[in-house]
Design a protein. Structure first.
Ligand code: HEC
Length: 110
């Protein structure tokens, strides 16, 4: 297991390990209202590896994005960005909701 993940870590391509996939599948925001929005909207793409979306909780997918500044990420979440749909298909998500959900997936808060 350890050896497998080490060898998969070469160059920029970093594949999530089983524990990363499990975190993405099972973790939810603590706040029930946010968790409901997360389940309804973000999970379909962000909890599934290989969907093209950065995997929830998986730092190698989120850190390079967070390094560009959370404001840019939130603008993209709100307006859409390539295959990322506007508002993440959460039409009743406020800007604060999107921020909290993004920080949850990037594991830097909430
Ligand atoms: C239909 C699939 C889909 C859904 C639903 C979805 N996303 Fe995404 N998301 C994507 C994809 C694909 C990307 C990567 C876009 C790219 O970098 O080209 C992405 C990227 C992002 C990014 C990073 C943007 C950047 O600038 O790097 C944020 C933040 C984000 N999503 C937040 C959310 C939130 C919050 C939700 C739920 C409210 C959500 N997404 C729902 C597909 C989805």
């Amino acid at each position: 297991m350890v050896l497998t993940s080490l060898s998969a870590c070469s160059a920029a391509r970093q594949e999530p390990a089983a524990a990363d996939l499990q975190w993405a599948e099972t973790s939810r925001p603590v706040d029930a209202r946010l968790a409901e929005r997360y389940e309804r909207s973000c999970v379909a793409c962000h909890a599934r590896n290989g969907s093209g979306a950065p995997l929830a909780g998986f730092a190698p997918h989120w850190k390079p994005r967070m390094d560009k500044g959370v404001d840019q990420l939130l603008r993209h979440a709100s307006d859409g960005f390539n295959a990322m749909p506007a508002l993440g298909q959460c039409n009743d998500c406020s800007a604060d909701d999107l921020r909290a959900l993004t920080l949850f997936m990037a594991r830097s808060g909430t």
